[in-house]
Ligand binder design. Structure first.
Ligand code: BGC
Length: 249
């Protein structure tokens, strides 16, 4: 079934129709820059444009960069604070006329990666999927089952939030070499290992395609592998989650 998956990001809002049985896109991927002031109504306007561009009328899955519970958004580290406590699903439903399901963006990307990417062959035990981009997103799976809203990007790692220490944005802002960034990111991975003892880390997000540049600087006892679906995972997983949600209800 083709479902519209949307990935709300700090710099772009991306969407495409996804064949949820294969995880493949069945339309163009539309990308519109995130509004400068990304308040809920401004973002909803962008989502409407994507819906119209793709002539779409079915259910929508939306990955959001913050905590999502029962259709409402509860945190907003890298998006406008007006999203805190907001009924996001109701807004998008009203704006587009389409049934809408919201979930955390890293949870969405993790779902896709576990089903159609590297996680396919590695789903046993505890898997910690991380998206490293503007922030650090995290999705925790045990035997393939997701525990949502893990939010490890904000964990304190030696006196600094993990994502302020080692997101891709932090690498660029502090002009870190791959070696320097790798050292910071390894500290983060070792802290996560100490607390959650994963069997595997999967690295997604902006840095996953540049894994070769920093893999030699990763220093951690747990196996680390790059994700395979790169920047499509968020869209694909959002569509898959919406399909599963509306099938149940
Ligand atoms: C947010 C997470 C999100 C991650 C990646 C963090 O700042 O708190 O919810 O998954 O950024 O976008």
């Amino acid at each position: 079934m083709a479902i519209l998956g949307i990935d709300i990001g700090g710099s772009g809002i991306k969407g495409a129709l996804v064949d949820t049985s294969s995880g493949k896109l069945v339309s163009d991927r539309v990308r519109i820059p995130t509004p400068e002031t990304p308040k809920p109504k401004a973002v909803a306007g962008v989502i409407l444009k994507i819906v119209e561009k793709l002539h779409y009328e079915g259910p929508i899955g939306c990955g959001f960069p913050g905590v999502v519970k029962h259709g409402k958004t509860y945190s907003a580290a890298n998006i406008h604070k007006d999203w805190i406590g907001y009924d996001a699903e109701a807004l998008i439903r009203k704006t587009t006329g389409c049934d809408t399901f919201f979930l955390n963006d890293a949870d969405a990307a993790g779902i896709a990666e576990m089903q159609f990417g590297i996680g396919k062959k590695n789903s046993k035990g505890a898997v910690l999927f991380l998206t490293v981009g503007t922030g650090i997103g995290s999705a925790f799976f045990y035997d393939g089952i997701l525990i949502p809203n893990f939010e490890l990007g904000h964990l304190d790692v030696k006196g600094k939030e993990a994502e302020h220490r080692a997101s891709d944005a932090a690498r660029q802002d502090h002009k870190l070499s791959w070696k320097e960034w790798g050292k910071q990111f390894s500290l983060v991975l070792r802290t996560y290992d100490k607390l959650f003892s994963p069997d595997l880390f999967i690295l997604g997000g902006g840095v996953s395609s540049r894994y070769e540049k920093f893999k030699e600087y990763i220093n951690c006892d747990v196996k680390v592998v790059p994700a395979e679906l790169e920047n499509l995972a968020g869209i694909v997983g959002a569509a898959m989650a919406a399909e599963a949600h509306f099938k149940k209800s």
